[in-house]
Design a protein around this ligand. Sequence first.
Ligand code: FPP
Length: 243
Amino acid sequence: MASGMKTEQAGDGFPRHVAIILDGNGRWAKQRGLPRTAGHSAGSENFRKIAYYCRDIGLDYLTVYAFSTENWKRPMEEVRTIMRLLGKYLHEAIETMERDGIKMRVFGDVSGLPGELQELVARTNEISEHYDGFQANICLNYGGRAELIQAAERYARDFRDGVVSEPLTEERFGSYLYSAGIPDPDLLIRPGGELRISNFLLWQCAYSEFYFTDVLWPDFTTGELDRAIAAYMNRDRRYGGLR
Ligand code: FPP
């Protein structure tokens, strides 16, 4: 399905926001007799391709889970490679994102990332403020429970300091999350064959439609994304009500 899919056939049922758990890089590499790090490299290139495609078909947001608060447990060499790939990606994005009409935001505890990466994140945020367009959100050092705790702590602080006095509503709580101002994902895709959410966007996915596939992330093509979106568009979203 080519770009323009949204206008050609989607109508109201087309998703605005798709979230993806980038899973299966290690197995992809193993299948080819390569080190796991080669899988992450292929995975990061695939992210670039899929992000452009999401922009072209008219999505507003793509949110990907690239590095969780639990991923620090991996061997140091693997963590280092992932950080290096993220740095390379952000570095290149800084040069091209405005021209390409892509905004970026990082969700997660940026203070726990290497200093160089923190600077690149700050720079991409700064650039993204100046224009509108498709937005890619990269979850780095991110965990859904940790996100909820930091939001609760920040709200409690604001309440104590008199910055807010109104009772806590779902909407207000949402404004303390990394995803503040961004609509919840309509569709959550997990490639790689696992059937779990792995601490990803726990609050935001309350009513998301889930799509699982055995395809490993580096093999996840634009055609796979089309299939996931087509499946989503056939779902009946009721948000707890009746049709
Ligand atoms: C999960 O696959 C993947 C990760 C923990 C890292 C994802 C990171 C990247 C794709 C690199 C940088 C990303 C961007 C957005 C530029 P896995 O290692 O758990 O695979 P496995 O389950 O097959 O072992």
